[in-house]
Structures are given as C-alpha cells and as structure tokens.
Design a protein around this ligand. Sequence first.
Ligand code: GLY
Ligand code: MN
Ligand code: MN
Length: 472
Amino acid sequence: MISTDERQARRETLSKAVGRAILLMGNDEQPRNLPMVALPFRQDSSFLYYTGCDEPGAAALIRDGECTLFLHQVGEGDALWHGPTPTIEQRAGALGVSDVRPADELAGVVASTLAEGPIATMAVSDPGRTQLASWWSNRALAFGAQHGDDDLVDCVIAQRRTKSAAELAELRAAASHSAAAHIAVAQAARPGATERGLAAIFEGVLAARGCVPGYGTILSRRGEILHNRGHAGTLTAGDLLLVDGGGEVGSGYTADITRTWPVGGPLNGRQLAAYEAILQAQTAAIDLCRVGVRYREVHDAASRVLATFLRDVGILNCDEDEALETGAHGLFYPHGTGHLIGLDVHDLENFGDRPSYPADRPRPTQFGTRSLRLDLPLEAGWVVTVEPGLYAVPDIIYDAKLRVELGDRVNWKEAERWVGFGGIRIEDDIAITAGAPENLSWQTPKSVDALKTLVGSGPTVEQRLGVVGVPA
Ligand code: GLY
Ligand code: MN
Ligand code: MN
C-alpha cells in the first residue's frame, strides 16, 4: 500500500521543482461502441502516482504543494444503477485530500488560476483528456509528439523512475502473485492443453490473488512471435510454451515475467542447449544490474553469451566481438534485454525515450540493438527487466536485406535448420540496490532441474477450472 503521506510528499516535491500551478488529468472512461458499455478502465499512471485516485474523469490542480481534487459528483439515478456512492468529500478524504470540488468546476478554476500565472500540464494516456487540458490551459500540447512542459515531465520521470520502499514492496507482491500464476500454468502444461484454457488459469490465479493482468498475457507455443496475443493453439509434445505474463496489484504496480516450459517431456537436445545459454546470458546480465552500470552493458553482456552460443552451434561464423559490432546475433536475438518497470509494464514509455536514453544519445539504428528500450547508467531504486531469449523467426532468417548485410558471417543453411524451433525467453524483474541486484521475481522457477519436476506435474486445465465431467 502507498500511504496518503507518501503521495502528499510526492506532490510537494513536484510542486517545489516546477514552481507554478500544475494541472494533472486522469483518464476518462472509453466507450466500447456505445457510451454505456465501457472498455475496462485503467487510470493514467502518473495521475495514480500523485493522487491514488482511480476514478474516471478526475483531475487535480496542485499549487504550492496543496492539491485540489476534482471528482464527479454523485448524480441522480446513481443509487439505482451504480449503488450507494460516497460523496466527493468522503472519496477525497480517503485519499488524504481535503480540498475537493465537483469536476464540472474544473474549467472555471483553471481559468481563474491562469489569470494569476501559467499552469504546467502534460499529456496523459487518454488523448481526449490531453486535449481538454491543453484547451483549458491555453497551450498547444501535441499528444505523441510532445509530452508536456519539459520541467514537469522531467520531474515526473525522476520521481516515478526511483522506487520507494513502499513501491518496492508492491512490486515484490506483484511478482509473488504472478509466480503463483506461472506455476499453475506450468503444472497444467501438457500435450492436449489449450492455450486459451491455460491463459484462463493464469488470469484466474491472478484474480484469486486480487490482481488483474498488467498487460495482455502472452501465452503461446509460437513464442517466436514476440508479442503474440493469440491463444488459439493446442499444445503438442515437444512444444516450447512461452508465457510472458504479470499481475498488477491494486495500487497499480505490475510484474513482467517470462518463462518457457517444455511440453510433454524435458527440454530436448537443442532446446536444452539454447535454454542453458539464455539462462547463462540472463545470469551474466542480472549480475551487472548495479549502480552506475550503463544498461547497454547489461544488454551487451547477454548478447555476448548468446553470440557465443550461436557460433558454437554453427549458426554464426564470426566471433562474439564481430557479432556485436555487426549485429549478427540479432538474427536470433532481435530485441533489447530489458526496460524500466513500475506502474506500467514498460514504465514511463508514454514519454518516449526521454526516461530511458540521454538527450544527446539517440537509440542505435542497428537491427536488434535498436529495440533496446533503456540505455542509462542505473541508479539505486530503479527496477528493470532482464529478458534475453532466442527465436527462430522464418521471416528474419529468410530476410533478403539481412542476408546481404550479414553475408557470410552467418551460416544460412544452418540457420534455416532452426526454423520450427519456436522461441525461448526468460524474464525477471530486478531492483537496483546500493549492493547486489535484487531479483523480485525469484519465486517463479527457471532452473532446468526445477522444470523437470514442475511442468505437467499438477492438475489439468479442466481439473483446475472444475469442469471435469461436464459435457462440452
Ligand atoms: N511483456 C512485454 C515485455 O516483456 O516487454
Ligand atoms: Mn519485459
Ligand atoms: Mn514480458
């Protein structure tokens, strides 16, 4: 739980750094075709960070550290359709805010505040709310191109990027609930199990533990499709089931954990060799997650181990140095090693690369490395993922342009033999501390020995869901 005192301290820090009035907009409800049927609501993460308020259509005006919260008043008919609702004073009081006004007074208050001086604003994840804030505060905020007033955005980034003890406790809880979901899926993973049923177990266990998925659960025997959202497959013996999922706790903090489970028996020859190399890459990368180390070094450490593996199995003809220089390892490792995590799975990425790259060093352009989402020296309190993997993606292995670029650094015939391998990724959430890195997601098993006893060892999908004996 994040205390109201901690949120008040966050607002005071922000207010002091920005030195003028700040308008924070929350997200509003988004209709799914018609207004009365809304998409699942998720508050804007920065609004949640400063206010703890997860109501749609709320706003906050912060002046000299004092917060006025604008909330929708209980309307006629609410008692009938939505049940008893506390008053705005009660709702704001629970958030530790005593100054509360009806939401429809916001425009007037913004106008009178503007008469005294400028108001700092920033884009929020709901474009409608950004436009409204922009219009009220009479300034041009181009959503997507610009993120708001730079000093405000930079302060939000700095505050949110460094997690407090209470935030780390939330992230530990999210990882722990997610471990239970991953373990349940591993136990049920066997030939004949459907991806949809396994996804139901994953999300069902999260729900039983008070969580919602922090992002769309990736659960697929086609793990080489990196952000595969489909759950249409049925497992067969010899498959690799890649599960990238994490639970979000009530306060909004999420885990982001990937495991890859062998179906119908232990990892086979090349699966085992690849899995061990990825585990070794991950161990080397996690060990570098220390104060002052540039995240690019973490990425390079993982890439180096994977490049060595690719050379050892005869896919690469060049050594690790040449592979890293030319990006040849990207053929099978085409993404970055990790990113910031917190209230969002890719934390703060609504602000583009501003939270994760220095202003004077844009992203690299090389295939693979250009997908590295973070390259700053790490600081205590930051939480990052470390998620190396290997994937046989036919469209990349047969990519004509890459074949010319990488030339005979790659044994293309050998690379083609891996088509059908699928994908393996191992992902953990790592807190940077003054000392050794802390693996927040340690409870989700990943050793080769643990997999042997865990996978397929428990109730089937039907047994878990209690539908045994009910005709389909
Ligand atoms: N779950 C998306 C990622 O790992 O970045
Ligand atoms: Mn991730
Ligand atoms: Mn992930």
